[in-house]
Design a binder for this molecule. Structure first.
Ligand code: DX5
Ligand code: ZN
Length: 218
């Protein structure tokens, strides 16, 4: 039987004035918590720094924190986010000159390491190092903002990386991020996604717990 898809709510879309209360509500239902880090250079937006990660980790030690680094020079930031409690560090293939070295240094610190690909980037260029990664994140919008429209042709990228993963006997998670709703989630589950990130579709809803279940198809 297919494994149940995981859902990673993205706090970029949450009302930060009520973040603690909101996280208490979803703590048991979320499989991971997705935290978008933006530096105003790799993407045209700013978001959070390491302190928010350590504050969340202190109050919600059970939540697995998936830090999505949309930054230039990710190797500089990886260390800081690990020190502040990140469990999973995902950086952009487009931003790092030495991705293999960075994946290995994350794993040496007993954390999970992942690669993210913008919609227009061919994941095939990373084939050689995929056996060493724990997460592959396919962007289904151009990164930078919550609430953008899903790019439908990313579904075929998800299908092709799932096929590659299964044929090689690899076991990295396949995360899809951007514009995911209960309407396109079934297509992504079918295509082989193992983690769905939900920003607006979780936090703009009046009941975020039901919204997470809806992305799982429950
Ligand atoms: C976009 C971020 C996403 C974003 C998703 O750059 O990487 O994680 O928060 O938000 P929605 O689901 O609203 O597109
Ligand atoms: Zn993200």
């Amino acid at each position: 039987m297919e494994k149940r898809v995981k859902v990673a709510p993205s706090i970029l879309a949450a009302n930060l004035l009520n973040l603690g209360e909101t996280l208490s509500k979803i703590e048991k239902e979320a499989d991971l918590l997705h935290i978008d880090i933006m530096d105003g250079h790799f993407v045209p937006n700013l978001s959070f720094g390491p302190k928010l990660v350590s504050d969340i980790k202190r109050s919600f030690p059970e939540l697995l924190l998936e830090v999505h680094l949309m930054v230039e020079d990710p190797s500089f930031w990886v260390e800081r986010f690990i020190e502040h409690g990140a469990d999973i560090l995902i950086f952009h293939w487009e931003a790092e000159r030495h991705p293999l070295r960075l994946i290995r240094s994350i794993k040496e610190k007993s954390k999970k390491g992942g690669l993210a690909f913008n919609p227009a980037t061919m994941w095939e260029s990373a084939t050689l190092i995929l056996p060493e990664v724990d997460y592959v994140l396919m962007m289904s919008v151009d990164p930078g903002f919550s609430g953008q429209s899903f790019i439908p042709w990313v579904v075929s990228k998800v299908e092709s990386i799932r096929k590659f993963r299964d044929e090689r006997g690899l076991c990295f998670e396949i995360v899809v991020d951007g514009g995911i709703t209960p309407f396109n989630a079934p297509l992504l589950r079918e295509a082989g996604a193992t983690v769905l990130v939900g920003g607006a579709s979780v936090f703009y809803e009046s009941d975020p717990v039901l919204a997470i279940k809806a992305l799982r198809g429950e």
